[in-house]
Design a protein around this ligand. Sequence first.
Ligand SMILES: [Fe+2]
Length: 298
Amino acid sequence: MPVSIRKLTGRIGAVVEGVDLTAPSDPSTVTALREALNEHKAIVFDQVNLDNAGQERVAAWFGELTTAHPNIPAADGTTNVLAVDSETSKADAWHTDVTFVVNPPQVTTLRSLAIPPYGGETLIANAAAAYRDLPEPLRALADSLRVVHTNQHDYARPPATTALRQEYDRVFVSAPYEAEHPVVRVHPLTGERGLFIGGFAQRIVGLPSSDSADLLRILQSYVTRPENILRWTWSPGQLLIFDNRITQHYGVDNYDDHPRRLNRVTVAGDVPVGVDGRRSRQLVGDASHYTGVLEAVA
Ligand SMILES: [Fe+2]
């Protein structure tokens, strides 16, 4: 059966059919999926019939896996699976995964286990389309900026409301990490430029904190324009794969107290490079226990 790719919106997202994810990888399939990710940024598979080991195996088609998280232990019985569980965290803030380390994951996979009877969608935004939407003077400004990403709490956000969520937040920040990234990242495979900000990006280098917050808010408003977003409504047993180098995502908290559980497996990434060729750098912490560094393709 040939691989079929059906676009979900004009700017982001596609459903992939005709791939047996339980089969061993074959190079032509992996190439087709990589090309689909480059073009659509987020791809979805229905009724995947995978367990944790199967999800790890499929994620590894894209490269070496990371461990679950720099600070949060892996889900029981696994080394690479992070439980995304509404009981401990709702992920209801725009972010790119783990951007507080110098080489955040290149690819994130999410597999749905328990889905609420309503709501609980995942929003995924195309950060390259956001960059292209910027007026030229803002684009030129963004090209020149660097920004510090941190895992430390953003105290502008309300504190967690349950003991389990408070404990998760405590572990999340237990070892501090900070990395400086370009505000505009050049994608190593496509050359496409994208805004590389999101919730962990907290201060633009060289700006007073209030100016930094205002400018990040303006840039972020282009990422979250409705036209740049896929709103994915989950069913159990689906696999969503997105390019974490050039997207942001958000778990919509509109499902009351119903359980929502996804398992996440991520693929080690390269060190981001800005428009001027400068690479990101780690300012605080050492995440080498979490991720190897993917050497960018020359
Ligand atoms: Fe995430």
